[in-house]
Design a protein around this ligand. Sequence first.
Ligand code: NI
Length: 228
Amino acid sequence: MSPRALVVAVLLLPTLSALPAHAAAKVDCAKVKCLALTFDDGPGPSTGALLSTLKKSGAKATFFLMGKHVEQRPTLVKRMAAEGHEIGNHTWSHPSLPTLFDEEITRELRATQEAIEGLIGRAPRMFRPPYGHTDDRVAGLAGEEGMAQVLWTGTTLDWKLRDQKKIRAAVLRLAKRDGVILMHDVVPQTVQVMPALVKDLRKRGYHLVTVSTLLRGRKLTPGETYPI
Ligand code: NI
């Protein structure tokens, strides 16, 4: 190695080792079995523990955040982004959107976009309607705010179950290739069962990825709904 090459190598080394782990391993869901775990209504008091579980296992998730909770726990929002998770909009105060006037829907969505962008430097490109209540008008207004609508393939009803064993069983029953599982990081039992559940899913061959990673490089168009 020439002295010049050596200098280059020495200069490059710290840069390479400083790359975050998630940048190194890009999962291709066309080749491997992927599943997207999604968590709504946070960030809440248990979200930090969930992020630690995900970090330990290298799993990525998608969080649909409520604006008023973003305002209460900004540090957790920054941490989600820094650790490679995806962030979506779940409105400011969790109303049933189809019951609102256009201006009210836009206000709910836009205030949340602004709160998140103010913290992580970019606004979400996806939103999830509270209670899954939606219609073409809601999806259209979200599209005007630059967002696609993301629903799910399986809902655990963890908020109703409130039991680690039952939540674990529900997720394992609902898990399927390219599935999108709905849970809540504001349900303590969901966060508590996650270390075991992540292991279960790994054993079944799942790669736990963000919703965007499921799309294999395709970008959602504002106003469209996924999965249909
Ligand atoms: Ni919700």
